[in-house]
Design a protein. Structure first.
Length: 170
């Protein structure tokens, strides 16, 4: 929201990316790109309508740690690094072509919340870079070699293990 306001861009929070409200917005405005920072899955119809110009923000170095709560899983797996990825949405989940990516340190002495704060700061930095690049006609993609992995909602055992390792949520 802050980036859009600063750059005099329209900002709109949408509750359902596949719903009527979003269709109305798409019909009422000339939308060049969408930057998504949510956990909804865009249907093919929307992806096709946008011509594959939807950029998703994800708190991991994709293709590793696709899915839900990536920083939780990175901490649980005692990773030394995590990061943020902006990738082009396609019909698969968290597998689109990567546009921007930046590493961050996973410090197990810090809380899950602390790591997400850092990830969102990096997200703002990458979004600013994207807007700058679009303005200069330089929309890009990267060839990344991280190992692919996907995680779902943590189970009770996962949360118990997280606590057993003395990892903190807040």
């Amino acid at each position: 929201k802050q980036i859009c306001k600063k750059n005099k861009l329209i900002y709109k929070k949408i509750n359902d990316v596949n719903g009527q409200e979003f269709s109305n917005v798409m019909g009422n405005y000339k939308i060049d790109y969408i930057i998504n920072s949510g956990n909804q899955i865009f249907r093919k119809k929307i992806i096709d309508k946008m011509g594959n110009k939807i950029l998703n923000r994800h708190s991991a170095l994709l293709p590793s740690y696709g899915g839900i709560y990536p920083i939780f899983w990175q901490m649980l797996n005692k990773e030394k690094y995590g990061g943020v990825t902006l990738h082009w949405i396609d019909e698969s989940i968290d597998e689109g072509i990567i546009a921007y990516q930046k590493k961050m340190i996973i410090d197990l002495n810090n809380s899950l919340f602390d790591h997400y704060k850092v990830a969102f700061e990096i997200s703002l930095e990458l979004c600013k870079k994207f807007l700058f690049d679009v303005q200069n006609g330089n929309v890009r993609s990267m060839d990344i070699k991280y190992k692919k992995s996907y995680y779902s909602w943590p189970k009770k055992e996962d949360i118990k293990q997280f606590k057993k390792l003395r990892l903190r949520i807040v």
